[in-house]
Design a binder for this molecule. Structure first.
Ligand code: ADP
Ligand code: MG
Length: 298
């Protein structure tokens, strides 16, 4: 018997014991799965993303699923979920990934209360998680890949607390020769709360969309909720555009004034190429040490 690798002879669902559901997104269910015949010393527990083929066809998601598979299996970064192997049966597609038993970053934000400072996560906690996400993004962006759906639900944790970026279902390969070049860069993808003004304006997306989402997440880690909220999506989009155009300002709790507030301000800029980390080279002198090594690839 062998560990789960791409060279494993045809795997099927019967090679796994499926356990609890780890999470659910719009198009997939992710379940805990134990590989029955892993030799000692190899991982036995995986997260398997299960997608219904019928659903994929109906939603015209084939391209995205192919892209997710291709991208995920090409990454070699500790900060990004690894896809070990994929297989299918008549109805479903299975993607066997690293298991992140620590769950979503969202749960950390919900559970953490720094009562003394009246924030959700304390600054060091925010710096740790967001520093990891930014390092993961450096890896992606240096390969000209944008994630396009960064949010705390898609940032996953190991038991050790280490971070892995997941959900490449809407990632885009910007390289002209890539097989996703047929995909439109100005498609509306992502999640309303974290969507950048250029996406709302139907402009081509670049790495700036991920930087904007980082700004939203840093705010959320500190405050406990994302920066832009409204009763409905239209209101949300309006709030985002208003902020981008300088027609409104965000309210920060006192504990976030100074460095965190500056940092968020540098990320939530209207013009994508003016966001911190959007250009080549390390940008310095703006904020706190932890965040300063943002290397962009503009
Ligand atoms: P979707 O594209 O439908 O959003 P995701 O890949 O984001 O699917 O997976 C949905 C949810 O499943 C995630 O938000 C997370 O809670 C959980 N999940 C995904 N991958 C893993 C993993 N490798 N380990 C643990 N939980 C995971
Ligand atoms: Mg998701």
């Amino acid at each position: 018997s062998a560990a789960v690798t791409r060279s494993s002879p045809k795997l099927s669902p019967s090679d796994f014991l499926f356990g609890r559901t780890l999470g659910e997104g719009a198009f997939a269910r992710v379940v805990h799965a134990r590989y029955k015949s892993s030799p000692a010393g190899k991982p036995r527990d995986y997260a398997v993303k299960i997608m219904e083929k019928r659903h994929i066809k109906k939603e015209d998601k084939v391209k995205y699923v192919m892209m997710e598979k291709k991208l995920l299996s090409s990454f070699e970064s500790e900060l990004i979920i690894r896809l070990h192997v994929s297989f299918q049966d008549s109805d479903y597609l299975y993607m066997v990934m690293d298991l992140c038993p620590g769950g979503e970053l969202l749960a950390v934000i919900r559970n953490f209360r720094d009562n003394e400072r009246q924030t959700a996560c304390s600054l060091p906690v925010t710096q740790y998680y967001m520093g990891s996400v930014i390092k993961g993004l450096e890896y992606l962006h240096s390969r000209n890949i944008i994630h396009r759906d960064l949010k705390p639900e898609n940032v996953l944790l190991l038991s050790s607390g280490h971070v892995k970026i997941g959900d490449f279902g809407t990632a885009l390969d910007l390289r002209p020769q890539s097989s996703s070049s047929g995909q439109r860069r100005n498609s509306f993808v992502g999640t309303a709360e974290y969507v950048s003004p250029e996406v709302l304006r139907n402009e081509d997306a670049g790495i700036g969309v991920d930087l904007w989402a980082v700004g939203c997440m840093v705010f959320q880690m500190g405050v406990g909720r994302p920066p832009f909220q409204a009763a409905n999506e239209f209101g949300m989009f309006q709030a985002i555009i208003d902020h981008a155009e300088g027609k409104s300002t965000l309210q920060y709790p006192p504990a976030l004034s100074g460095h965190p507030q500056n940092f968020i301000g540098c990320m939530l800029k209207d013009q994508p190429d003016t966001r911190l980390g959007a250009n080549d080279g390390v940008q310095e002198g703006v904020v706190d040490g932890k965040y300063m090594s943002i290397r962009g690839h503009g």
